[in-house]
Design a protein around this ligand. Sequence first.
Ligand code: GLN
Length: 555
Amino acid sequence: MTSHPKFIFITGGVVSSLGKGIAGSSIGMLLEHKGLKCAMMKLDPYLNVDPGTMNPYQHGEVYVTDDGAETDLDLGHYFRFTHSPLSQKSSATSGQIYNDVIKRERRGDYLGKTVQVIPHITDEIKHRILACAHQENDINIVVVEIGGTVGDIESLPFLEAIRQFRNERPFDCINIHVTYVPYLKAAGEVKTKPTQHSVQALRAIGITPDFIMCRSESKLHEEEKEKISLFCSVKKEAVIEAVDVESTVYELPLSFRKQQVDDKILKMLRVDEETKLLHSDLTSWENLVEAIKHPKGTVRIGIVGKYVQHLDAYKSIYEALNHAGVSAGVKIELVRIEPDKFAHLNHLPEELQGCDGYLVPGGFGDRGWEGKILTATYCRKEKIPYFGICLGMQVMSVEFARYVLGLEKANSTEMDIDTPYPIISLLEEQHVVTERGGTMRLGAYPCTLKKATLAYESYKQVKVSERHRHRYELDNKFKDDLEKAGFLISGVFEEDGFAEEGLAEVVEIKDHPWMLGVQFHPEFKSKPIDPHPLFKSFVQAVIHHKKEQVHAQKK
Ligand code: GLN
């Protein structure tokens, strides 16, 4: 295979939210099927050092890597579509880049020079692209996605850096420009002008696109492709269609394969001689898409979280549920429930009822907390499957302490600092933390599971590793009382095996078909072809519960 890495830069034009992440992931996936090793990377133009300090309404989910980087949700797409290494080296923001350069300037590393965007910021960007390419030995292709839209002030240093990078390696780089080709109803035709203008903007910066990828609602006609080819100076075969996929984003790689995007890219990168004899077998992916399109049933799962109105705030959870649904042959109907609407009711609100299972995702702060507690009470009493993730696990623990142990006013100190029963309290190491950014318990930690528990039955192994992002934990002082009352700590963080004093990572309720909470985020490690074991087990329990309900109604 190619002796040194080649680079694919993905830029976007016309509008934001074009799905550059999914397009890049689909390309990465296809190139992997050609036997190449890919590394995916995201460059984000905003000034936050990472998205960890941003509201999910602004930015969507924060994706976490094994080594504890808090990153853009596109890294989640990269994980689901490819086997790219994902680490601190897989993403960078303007904030991180400026931060590093300014720190160096303060140390005096620039020896009296004037520190400028060109060359100091652009050098740092190029350095990071190379660091991503060399994070492992044998990486053949690096797919670098530039966040934002061409024409934005913020993304200029990144575009300048890739112009230079390309100039230094003319045979090793290509640019794919993703644009939007709108359909104008009144004129009854699609319009290519916005694409032409955005390509002009890119060329003005000194970057000539090699491929134009056109997002559109309907298929492009040959004349439209010819027009784009003519005005944008790319070959007609280099005009790629990215028509809105019918039912699943996992169809996009198949659509690209039909257009031979992988072969065309490899030819342009001059790696085609080495790969052209390789037949890429996409059968498992084709089967996946078929299964998504033809479910044999439906189950309703209620997601009880603060940010349910934002489509991307719990992106990996929605994906992980869908993966588990596909493997069980069912479609998951997501019911978005806002817990703050019924935070102070003492009866069961209507909007909480009618689902076959409930999932309480991660979160911060007390808005909606009591509504989530109500959800846990409802599921515990009615024996409805409940899956608590991070904050959802803490909800489940506090609920049990309050209403089974009878510790009235039990709480998390995040919600009530003066609670007489701090079931959930700050992790020891968090007491000295003063800064907000990057200071949580982050990344992968090993977890040891107890045999003959729901957790062990799901994973079918004792040692697992999962990713974290939290500051609070179950306080072991309450462990004995909780366990005596039927609460089970089935997974702990303890380097040397299962120990009584280990940090509680997985909890379950013994006398319940499926009520389980995890302090970590299993959703970050679910793939469509390889769904996460806990999500699979939860969805099986949900299907089972639905069947029982139907059966009971018939009687
Ligand atoms: N707010 C809780 C904590 O910091 C839960 C965090 C989360 O759900 N990611 O521990």
